[in-house]
Design a protein around this ligand. Structure first.
Ligand SMILES: C[S@@+](CC[C@H](N)C(=O)[O-])C[C@H]1O[C@@H](n2cnc3c(N)ncnc32)[C@H](O)[C@@H]1O
Length: 290
């Protein structure tokens, strides 16, 4: 995020607090992710093969955090993955030992991809296409684990609503696991070759919108004129805002981590020694009392 201050494709936005504007931004993101998700449709067979070999895409930091509660197979009857994208990580939770897995995502194409991946990998799951804020209440108090992250929280424009969804989905005693990009990382210019602030970078109250996908991520979309791509809206939440939202939703925090490790490559040109000077990711584990 915050690559440049107000370039042709990127602009700094006001923070959205009006529910109608929050909904409008989430709906715009649905459209943009439907475009971005097509990039992954061609990778379904590779992911299916990966899962058929009983391999898992759960990140080592996430696995370590989850194992602190014991093996997943011992305590996780139902895992709900919020912002599940094409389902590779959701189905990986089944490989890790969760008996039932459920994925929720706003993108129609991501959910179609996830259904197809589930079919081809032979790992059953339930999928819901909706804004996570509108996750069906039939799922309330059904999850031993709510799992999310790796590029998730930055798309949500109401962090308190997000945290209250996590809390309502968990069974009493259920675990919440979050591993995501550190907001400080958003301050650094993507693709830089020495540590450099992005122009217009702000840690506090930072929101922006852009057209096009980072070269380090999805890049150019096949078959779509860049001028026709949808605008998508991001929000950089501070660590304090995320932690306070989780506390405010009534969860008890067990552990917070800040990590030099990453889950994608926003700075491929940056020497490792410089990359590791900043927090690239953070993790949080919490439980619902009871
Ligand atoms: C970077 S991807 C997350 C990838 C995820 N870590 C994985 O691979 O399993 C972000 C995802 O968030 C989804 N998303 C964005 N806003 C959302 C919202 N309001 N509700 C549900 N899903 C949303 C997008 O459709 C996209 O699939």
């Amino acid at each position: 995020m915050s690559d440049e201050a107000n370039t042709e494709s990127w602009r700094i936005e006001q923070i959205a607090s009006d529910p109608a504007e929050i909904k409008r931004r989430h709906d715009a993101n649905r459209q943009a992710w439907n475009e971005g998700a097509r990039h992954y449709t061609s990778e379904i067979e590779t992911s299916a093969e990966f899962l058929r070999e009983a391999r898992s895409n759960v990140h080592p930091i996430e696995r370590k955090n989850l194992e602190a509660y014991g093996p997943l197979s011992a305590w996780c009857d139902t895992a709900i993955h919020l912002q599940c994208a094409g389902g590779r990580d959701t189905l990986s939770l089944a490989v890790e030992g969760a008996r039932r897995v459920i994925g929720v995502d706003i993108s129609d194409v991501m959910i179609e991809n996830a259904r197809e991946l589930s079919r081809r990998s032979g790992i059953s799951a339930r999928w819901y296409r909706c804004d996570i804020i509108e996750t069906p209440h039939t799922l309330d108090a059904t999850a031993d684990l709510v799992y999310t992250g790796r590029g998730a929280v930055c798309w949500i424009h109401d962090i308190d609503a997000w945290a209250s969804v996590v809390a309502r989905l968990l069974k009493p005693g259920g675990v919440f696991s979050l591993y995501d990009g550190h907001p400080f990382q958003n301050m650094i210019r993507e693709g830089c070759s020495s540590l450099e602030f992005a122009s217009g970078a702000r840690y506090f109250r930072s929101a922006g919108s852009g057209i096009g996908w980072s070269e380090q991520y999805i890049g150019r979309l096949d078959g779509i004129d860049p001028a026709e791509e949808s605008r998508k809206y991001e929000r950089s939440w501070t660590i304090a805002e995320i932690v306070n939202a989780v506390i405010g939703a009534g969860l008890v925090i067990d552990r917070i981590g800040e990590h030099p490790e990453d889950f994608w490559e926003p700075f491929p040109e940056l020497p490792l020694e410089q990359r590791e000077r900043i927090p690239n990711t953070f993790s949080l584990c919490a439980r619902k009392p009871g």
